[in-house]
Design a protein around this ligand. Sequence first.
Ligand SMILES: [Fe+2]
Length: 236
Amino acid sequence: MPPQVAAASGLDVLSHAIESYTALRFDERPKPERPILRPAYQGSNPISDLWSLQAMRLVNQFLVRAVEDPGDDEARANMLLAASYAGIGFGNAGVHLPHGMSYPVSGQVRDYRAPGYAADHPLVPHGVSVILNAPAVFRFTAAADPGRHLAAAEALGANDRQRQAADAGEILADRITWFMQRLKVPNGLRAVGYTPADIPALVEGTLPQHRVTKLSPLPAGPEDLARLFEQAMVAW
Ligand SMILES: [Fe+2]
């Protein structure tokens, strides 16, 4: 697996874990009318939390190593484990806005070609399209539960005890951006070919993704989504 593929896949794992940990709580979701209408994704819950937090700790410990040294079998094995842990977490809890917003980013690609990917067509790798939206999203959603966003940042290695809950979104966004820079992913949506003129189409493409967007801990309407895409144009 080329380093760029390991980076995109690993950042997808990272976002699976944070999204499932910060998703709308299972007991804050609307109760379905009948049991048959229960969704597959039930929102964050104490069991998924364990898998998601442990996945974040493994990502913090092993992702950079797994990307920078393809021969580091210990790091790559632990990233496989992190992917499975986060998968169990989000497979039950669900993911939210970074994934919901990623589908139009991947789907509406024009010319961008991803280094390291053996594809003969334009492509924004899934993990890249997810992580490009993540810092803006978590700055926004932190207000719903600052403690959870801080706990996620800490599991990912952020160590800034001077700052307060009011900074939780910024602390988590900074930590994600640190990984993005270190792993050399494109610097924002602009770097994969989007401009502010594309925002209405990106919002249109996100709105039907109810399976995941309704798990956002804060409701996000078209204007919120447009602002988040605007902020995601440049990551750092
Ligand atoms: Fe994903």
